[in-house]
Design a protein around this ligand. Structure first.
Ligand SMILES: Cc1cc2nc3c(=O)[nH]c(=O)nc-3n(C[C@H](O)[C@H](O)[C@H](O)COP(=O)(O)OP(=O)(O)OC[C@H]3O[C@@H](n4cnc5c(N)ncnc54)[C@H](O)[C@@H]3O)c2cc1C
Ligand code: SF4
Length: 540
């Protein structure tokens, strides 16, 4: 991507991270004529470039210390595991596309925590939904996705209200084929995109360009050549330091970062200056950055609430195994297509890529033993001089034993787990650590598993809880909090417009500002908050 330099050497707005918070702010600031620089630690991924082979996947993790600059960062704290993304477009690259508003009644239940009214989010939700092209999973595709009918039946049987998921994906019209061309008016990659082919690979990155990810929406708008000053997005730029610098009456910020050159392999230290800095490195990334920079030389007036209010958004993962021979084939369709509403939590159908089905098949004991039996029988027949040269039926029999691959469906739960509030801090080696009260989560999880068990029984499934459950660990793909919003510095790290208390010109716009669980999939709420914060960032 070409980079625009500007004359003064000082950017109007420097955004750290390009996920649901960062891309939105970058776009709105650039559209208001501001000179915007986005520093993103991960790479650009054009549709078609997302890794798929096992070898590529091994390199698809994020850890610059071992020179890995891939898409997934895995965290393992004492009682909580988390997965986040690293790449231009942040979590949108690997998320399951559910773009859902926080239910109003759940917001009301946590009214004291939120320093703004639910109604204030409405126009921003609408703006984000429009930019992300959100639509419900279309009914004309239902019959092509076997898991849908079965999930609907089970949810209804369990007395749960179920609806098609609102997804930020481009689907073909009823009279058009899957994989049809998308006319998006041009995008930052200059590539042709195609509508969803129902391949179930959304969590690995969409190689069709059917997902309306942030690079293809907000960042394409932010970098549009039609803008007076298109934003600059610099990838492989890992921010470490934020230092306020006095310039007369004004405060500017110097931002220090490592830039990785993928051609030479060099990792160089660089700095940039900006009048306003917006931290949007995600709940874990931003909290880590603020904790690291909370010192007399850098950010010395941060709220004591820094690190507090962590929530895993009530996430839980289970598997439903059919105890009859009805096919589910969870590798068909987008990863999530349905949302079932329970009291204080949601249950969503999960999917997986096709290769996961092959892996499950290879690991299934029945398949393994049938394969061993086949080889032994074949060798024995050869030894006695009666070789069977046509073994097609035998091989088919081996594969037919792959019940799990066709009859198992992952099931995803999230909800209002208000009891398990964690806190983050730096350990002695300045790494991020989290204290998460796993025992407090049990009451909430008991309710969750009762619902899923009811749904499983109604659908003639057996429920297997995910490994984190029997290890009593939390697991989350939706980390929130760490730099929560509040009305005052005693209540929060930022105010209701994302302004960091004590540090004018410094903002936070990402999942870290969320003061409690959202309960629903959180990305749309994070984008809506960023839309709201952007109005002040360009005005202040
Ligand atoms: C597998 C999976 C599926 C999911 N499915 C859904 C879903 O269907 N719906 C939903 O609502 N949510 C989903 N989520 C969660 C969603 O992705 C997150 O809630 C959302 O991305 C958070 O937005 P954010 O702006 O806070 O941070 P992110 O989107 O994580 O963006 C932060 C960005 O900052 C960058 N960064 C971090 N540190 C630095 C640094 N020091 N310097 C420079 N850049 C940095 C990161 O690389 C990243 O690009 C899913 C998550 C996962 C992992
Ligand atoms: S199902 Fe496949 S084509 Fe459709 S959005 Fe997901 S990854 Fe893209």
């Amino acid at each position: 991507m070409a980079e625009e330099r500007h004359e003064s050497g000082v950017w109007d707005v420097l955004v750290v991270g390009s996920g649901f918070g960062g891309s939105v702010v970058a776009c709105r600031a650039a559209q208001c004529g501001k000179r915007v620089l986005v520093l993103e630690r991960g790479k650009w991924y054009r549709p078609g470039e997302f890794p798929r082979t096992p070898l590529q996947m091994a390199d698809n993790l994020w850890n610059p210390k071992s020179e890995r600059y891939g898409l997934f960062q895995l965290w393992s704290f004492r009682w909580m595991d988390a997965v986040v993304a690293s790449g231009v477009g942040g979590g949108s690259l690997i998320y399951a596309n559910v773009a859902m508003r926080m239910p109003a009644e759940w917001f009301c239940q946590q009214r004291d925590l939120w320093p703004l009214d639910y109604a204030e989010l409405d126009e921003h939700y609408r703006a984000a939904e429009k930019m992300l092209g959100v639509q419900q999973f279309p009914a004309h595709l239902d019959e092509r996705v076997p898991k849908i009918g079965r999930f609907d039946d089970a949810a209804c049987g369990a007395g749960l209200r179920v609806e098609p998921a609102p997804l930020a994906v481009s689907f073909s019209a009823p009279d058009r084929p899957l994989g049809d061309d998308i006319d998006d008016g041009g995008n930052v990659h200059g590539v042709r995109r195609r509508t969803c082919r129902l391949c179930g690979e959304c969590d690995l990155g969409c190689n069709e360009g059917a997902k309306n990810t942030l690079d293809l929406t907000y960042l394409s708008a932010a970098t549009s050549p039609q803008l007076r000053v298109p934003a600059t997005v610099r990838d492989l730029s890992d921010v470490r330091r934020i230092t306020p610098v006095e310039r007369g009456e004004r405060i500017e910020y110097e931002v220090g970062y490592f830039h990785h050159d993928p051609v030479t392999g060099d990792r160089t230290c660089r700095t940039e200056r900006a009048r306003k800095v917006v931290l949007a490195a995600g709940a874990l990334g931003t909290t880590w950055l603020l904790l690291r920079n909370s010192c007399p030389e850098n950010l010395d007036r941060l709220s004591d609430r820094l690190g507090s209010g962590f929530s895993g958004n009530g996430d839980a993962l289970g598997f439903l195994d059919a105890d009859d021979d009805r096919t589910v084939d969870s590798s068909k369709g987008p990863v999530i297509t349905r949302i079932a509403h329970a009291d204080g939590h949601l249950v969503e159908d999960g999917g997986h890529p096709l290769f996961a089905a092959w892996m499950a098949t290879a690991l299934e004991p029945r398949v393994y033993w049938r394969a061993v039996r086949l080889v032994v029988a074949h060798v024995a027949k050869r030894l006695v001089g009666r070789p069977d040269t046509d073994v097609s039926d035998e091989v088919a029999e081996v594969l037919e034993a792959a019940e799990k691959a066709r009859s198992t469906m992952p099931v995803l739960v999230m909800g209002m787990d208000t009891t398990s509030v964690g806190s983050m801090r730096l350990d002695r080696r300045r790494r991020l650590e989290m204290d998460w009260p796993q025992l407090d989560a049990r009451r909430y999880l008991r309710r969750v598993w009762r619902t899923v068990d009811r749904l499983a029984r109604a659908g003639r499934w057996r429920l297997r809880r995910g490994p984190s459950d029997w290890l009593s660990r939390g697991i989350t793909a939706h980390p929130l909090g760490g730099a929560p919003m509040g009305r005052t510095v005693e209540e929060g790290v930022v105010d209701p417009f994302g302004r960091v208390f004590g540090h004018p010109g410094l903002y936070v716009a990402d999942g870290s500002v969320v003061p409690g669980p959202i309960g629903a999939n959180p990305s749309l709420t994070i984008a809506a908050l960023a839309e709201r914060f952007a109005t002040k960032i360009v005005e202040d």
